[in-house]
Design a protein around this ligand. Structure first.
Ligand code: ZN
Ligand code: ZN
Ligand code: ZN
Ligand code: ZN
Ligand code: ZN
Length: 329
């Protein structure tokens, strides 16, 4: 691993009194320390901080790329809260990694909060935190971390292993998913929580749309609609069939937890997606050259290199699929 030699020593700046900092700070590399986001030494070459765990672009070897102009936006999954202050790219962090922290980091880039639904239901077979508690948490993250773009709901995914754990039917999972969104909106509709569409089969997802409709939620009027239970499917074709069907309704879709092959196949249907696939990939591979940890499953270098690979795929020109021309068989 290369190290950074030209460092400027910075002391941590005190935070401005509550409410005085802008919700979306616009610090760039040269000025971002002014708001107190980061108290590490700053690399004099690129302006980003260069302490282990931070991402100085010289150490990274590249400048992190931008999302393609016409989407989808990639929210890079991160395991640790501190990534929010350090990685400087759009991130997705689970509430599970924030809930027990007394001191929250200050976000240095926009981020989204995942509700940790899969882990919650895998462990307990039900939600152990109430919508009231979740809304309270989200208000804290929004106010103390800042730059929270949106948060996922306490939805009920429909993977067979989760259905087995809760002992409930798919229909019940759909009803509870819609019900939770209604609860959260009734508790605090200023929180930017996105609704989630769940299902096992394509027909389930369509049924879930109509449940929202019957509950009086006009999904087409919302800026973003999440699609769940697609990340653990064995074939990216299944995810594409679901997302393609939902995209035909014109809804702006977010894909929860997609791997690279699914992202490639489904990019045209999506406004955004989040992914921790880099971490799983790193776990099953030897660490990057020179890295001393057993695996790079928590490593910013692996994460950022994976993100570059994703962006390369997403930036490649996409051809509209001509559904009418089929090779005769
Ligand atoms: Zn440097
Ligand atoms: Zn700032
Ligand atoms: Zn730093
Ligand atoms: Zn640098
Ligand atoms: Zn590593």
């Amino acid at each position: 691993m290369t190290t950074c030699t030209s460092l400027q020593r910075l002391s941590r700046q005190p935070l401005p009194p509550n409410g005085e900092y802008p919700e979306t700070c616009a610090c760039g590399p040269a000025v971002r320390f002014r708001c107190g986001h980061c108290w590490h030494d700053q690399c004099l070459d690129c302006g980003f901080c260069a302490v282990d765990g931070c991402v100085c672009h010289c150490m990274l070897g590249f400048t992190p790329g931008e999302d393609p102009p016409h989407g989808p936006t990639i929210w890079l999954g991160a395991h640790h809260a501190r990534a929010l202050a350090r990685w400087c790219v759009p991130l997705c962090v689970s509430r599970r990694n924030l809930a027990n922290l007394r001191d929250l980091p200050r976000a240095a880039a926009p981020w989204v909060c995942d509700s940790g639904a899969f882990t919650e239901l895998s462990l307990h077979g039900r939600w152990t935190i109430t919508p009231y508690a979740y809304a309270r948490e989200l208000r804290r993250y929004r106010d103390e971390i800042g730059w929270l773009s949106w948060a996922g709901p306490q939805d009920w995914m429909c993977e067979p292993q989760i259905i087995a754990k809760t002992g409930l039917s798919v229909a019940e999972h759909l009803a509870r998913t819609v019900g939770n969104y209604l609860d959260l909106m009734a508790i605090d509709d200023t929180l930017k929580i996105i609704p989630s569409v769940q299902g096992d089969t394509v027909a389930d997802y369509v049924r879930c749309l109509s449940l929202y409709d019957r509950a009086g939620v006009d999904l087409s009027a919302l800026p973003l609609v999440g699609v769940g239970s697609i990340c653990r499917r064995t074939s990216p074709r299944e995810a594409a069939a679901i997302l393609g069907t939902l995209a035909e309704t014109g809804l702006p879709l977010h894909g929860f937890g997609l791997a690279l092959d699914a992202l490639d196949k489904c990019a045209e249907f999506l406004v955004s997606a989040d992914s921790l696939a880099w971490s799983r990939e790193a776990r099953w591979n030897p660490p990057l050259p020179g890295h001393t940890h057993a695996s790079c499953s928590n490593c910013v270098y692996w994460a950022m290199q994976w993100r570059e690979r994703v962006l390369k795929v997403l930036h490649k020109p996409r051809q509209m699929v001509l559904r009418t021309t089929r090779t005769p068989s």
